[in-house]
Ligand binder design. Structure first.
Ligand code: FAD
Length: 396
């Protein structure tokens, strides 16, 4: 017995993209059903990104999700770039007419969105089992689920593939309909979450001859630190002592500043990849967020791009349902890709600037150091970084 449901937009994935899309559609009076493979608890505890661009903060506010963000988010008006045990501040707000970034964990955004969707009567189906997408080129595309609770069909007007980089939506589009653009990097990040209060107020991106390190925080009691490592790094070889020792080697500064140590709560390896699929739509399926593009985390763009995509998609769906206009849906991919490629460029640039490349020639190494010197000594260069870091204006 197959249970049958109808909705206007079937959304696969309850990450930032899927949940925000469902929320924005609800505000526009459009129905959706969200299908999520994992449990609610898993989604709410998955620690990933943590830097919100100004536009993402504004979006959370204007869609009624700013209360806890205002209370617990940490507004940063600058970041620091480190080189040779010295730090240089990039005054983001001063260089961008008052814009800033806010440190607020992705899982906190997810918690707020889930709570709000459920309070608004939203249909979120966690642990939904295997999902497959069908009839994408027809007027009535279809999502099928099969799991412990039986089989179901969700008949939709549109499908939003918000199921991340390993989801089922992108692979359900014929390969011949898509072009992919990809770059891999010869390193990864070893990231830790530590029960230690931040010993400084702003993020520190440190270039060191042993490899890049990032000092960041998630709350007044929790710090998040990263070390450049090999992509195939064996985490078992990294005792807590070894991690702290390497963090000190790379991050400690001549003026005496150093990270405060604390109990390591979580550690993991994050790969580095640049990936874009074009177009971000096929028939009546629209891809958003990591399902369509991946950026290396150095530019802090992944979650922000996911949110920007679904703003465009929700406005296009609003135009379809409220004004009977298909133009914005037809333009969805092109509008998103303009922003995606600028974020790709910036993330690639930050990654290339700050990491050590084992195969770098002496010329490449000198050029990299000159670029860091230019960035930390030129207001124009710093302004370009600041404009991109706080986020380019959202277009839709
Ligand atoms: C391990 C990891 C660490 C990261 N760390 C950082 C970082 O430190 N800094 C940074 O800036 N960015 C980071 N990112 C990037 C950032 O977190 C992502 O860009 C962001 O999560 C994108 O949101 P999304 O909603 O598009 O996708 P996701 O957050 O991936 O959400 C997709 C959702 O779809 C669900 N799903 C997948 N397949 C199916 C299926 N078949 N059926 C139903 N549901 C499905 C998943 O369970 C998930 O809940 C990280 C990403 C990863 C994967």
């Amino acid at each position: 017995m197959v249970a049958r449901f109808k909705t206007q937009v079937g959304i696969v994935g309850a990450g930032p993209a899927g949940l925000m899309l469902s929320h924005l559609l609800h505000l526009h009076g459009i129905d959706s059903i969200v299908l999520e493979a994992r449990s609610r608890q898993y989604c709410e505890e998955r620690v990933r990104a943590g830097v919100l661009e100004q536009g993402s903060v504004d979006l959370l506010h204007r869609s009624g999700l700013g209360t806890r963000l205002d209370r617990e988010g940490m507004r940063h008006e600058g970041i620091e770039i480190g080189l040779n045990r010295k730090r240089f501040r990039i005054p983001l707000s001063e260089l961008t007419g008052g814009k800033a970034v806010t440190v607020y964990g992705q899982h906190e955004v997810v918690k707020d969105l889930i709570a709000r969707r459920l309070a608004d009567g939203g249909d979120l189906r966690f642990e939904c089992g295997e999902v497959s997408a069908h009839c994408l080129e027809s007027e009535r595309p279809l999502l099928r689920t099969s799991g412990a609770s039986g089989e179901a069909e969700i008949h939709c007007d549109f499908i939003a593939g918000c199921d991340g980089s390993h989801g089922v939506c992108r692979p359900s589009i014929p390969v011949s309909a898509l072009s992919t653009y990809e770059r891999s990097y010869p390193f990864a990040w070893l990231g830790i979450l530590a029960a230690a209060p931040p010993s400084r107020g702003e993020l520190l991106y440190m270039h060191h001859e042993r490899g890049f390190a990032l000092y960041s925080m998630r709350s007044p009691a929790i710090t998040r630190l990263y070390l450049q490592c090999r992509p195939d790094e064996d985490l078992d070889q990294w005792s807590d002592d070894r991690i702290w020792s390497e963090l000190h080697t790379r991050l400690d500064c001549d003026d005496g500043w150093q990270p405060i140590e604390g109990r390591i709560l979580q550690k993991g390896i994050t790969g580095m990849r640049s990936f874009v699929v074009e177009p971000m739509q096929f028939g009546r399926m629209f891809l958003a967020g990591d399902a369509a593009h991946i950026v290396p985390p150095t530019g802090a763009k992944g979650m922000n791009l996911a949110l920007a995509d679904v703003v465009v998609l929700s406005e296009a769906l609003r135009a379809y349902y409220k004004k009977n206009s298909t133009g914005p849906l037809d333009r969805y991919s092109n509008v998103c890709l303009r922003r995606v490629w600028k974020a790709q460029r910036f993330s690639w640039w930050m990654t290339s600037l700050l990491h050590c490349f084992e195969d770098a020639s002496p010329f490449d190494r000198r050029r990299q150091l000159a670029e860091l010197d230019y960035l930390t000594g030129s207001r124009a260069a710093a302004a370009s970084l600041a404009e991109n870091y706080v986020g380019l204006t959202m277009e839709f």
